[in-house]
Design a protein around this ligand. Structure first.
Ligand code: AMP
Length: 317
């Protein structure tokens, strides 16, 4: 195991509960607000929860009076109807996981509560949303920015927690919060991975057999580039080359492999400050994204690969 690793055991439902208080299930913004008190931490999700979500919930729990989890499979951010239809859903399981994790309020709006008129207003974030995922998924980030803005405006949390797994989404959310002067602190959480390195994603339930093995090529490629960066390689061309070749060698065809500033998502020629090396690839019809964070501190580079679970995730149980 190289440097840049952290290990954590995220609380699973079979383990003792942190809270015995019942979780409040709400379907309207007004009810969710009424059920919240004191300092409110929001964890927005699309459900089918796993330890990546639970890690955000645990950080939220540490410093808030009310932990509010929203579950909404947001049609606006899907660029393909078949992807939306296939997105995994299990609201009973999600509610149980939230209860065991000590969540206070779960907000599960229906489409009418979220988009009664259409919606007619969309939030678009220029620049930071244009490359990488934005270039490959037309309209995706306008859908994300619109739903996140609605959740922040309608629920009024003090803090909102987002995973680094979706590095560009995190940058888009930080940008819109700053540009619209929204009174909320955006708190990033580490990418949580299976013991072998595969980044957790609700979509992973659609990976089986050879595709599950092939998917591992994504994190392995990024880790190979992270190793090279920690050994002193700073150039985008070289690091992208290491990751791209490893992916092709693993039988993957990446949509892109890119080195970008972690806050602006502007392409970089070399690692500078906080940088992400990000990629996306479809494996057996399942589109997966992943990244490592490379931070230059003086002459050295520190790679943050996220946290590894000790045991296979809930997605495999
Ligand atoms: P999703 O339900 O996939 O829309 O994700 C909801 C939130 O969980 C987002 O902030 C994601 O970045 C975060 N998330 C998803 N997968 C992971 C993961 N493997 N590690 C950390 N955070 C994650």
């Amino acid at each position: 195991m190289g440097e840049g690793w952290a290990r954590e055991g995220v609380q699973a439902p079979s383990q003792p509960t942190e809270s015995s208080a019942p979780v409040r299930l709400t379907g309207t913004f007004a009810d969710a607000r009424a059920a919240s008190w004191g300092t409110v931490a929001l964890v927005p999700t699309m459900g089918f929860l796993h330890e990546g979500h639970l890690s955000l919930i645990r950080t939220a729990r540490d410093a808030a009076d009310t932990v509010l989890v929203s579950i909404f499979v947001n049609p606006l951010q899907f660029d393909r109807a078949d992807d939306l239809a296939a997105y995994p859903r299990d609201s009973h399981r999600d509610l149980e996981l939230c209860r065991h994790a000590g969540v206070d309020v779960v907000f599960v709006p229906d489409a009418m509560e979220m988009y009664p008129t259409g919606p007619l207003t969309r939030v678009t974030v220029a620049g930071v949303a244009d490359g990488m995922e934005g270039a490959h998924r037309p309209g995706h980030f306008a859908g994300v920015a619109t739903v996140v803005t609605k959740l922040l405006a309608g629920l009024g949390p003090d803090r909102a927690h987002f995973g680094r797994k979706d590095a560009q989404q995190l940058a888009v959310v930080r940008t819109l919060v700053q540009d619209l002067s929204l009174p909320v602190e955006v708190v990033p959480g580490p990418t949580v991975r299976e013991p072998d390195g595969l980044a957790l994603s609700s979509r992973n339930v659609h990976l089986a057999g050879a595709n599950r093995d092939r998917a591992l090529g994504i994190s392995r490629a990024l880790f190979a580039a992270a190793d090279a960066a920690e050994a002193g390689e700073r150039s985008a061309e070289a690091l992208v080359g290491v990751a791209s070749r490893a992916m092709v060698h693993a039988g993957l065809e990446p949509d892109y492999v890119a080195l970008a500033d972690a806050h602006t998502m502007a392409p970089l020629a070399e690692v500078e400050g906080e940088t992400v090396l990000a990629t996306a690839a479809a494996v057996g019809g399942v589109r997966l994204i992943d990244n490592v964070v490379l931070t230059a501190t003086g002459p050295s580079i520190v790679a943050d690969r996220g946290t590894l679970l000790d045991e296979p995730s809930l997605l495999h149980r």
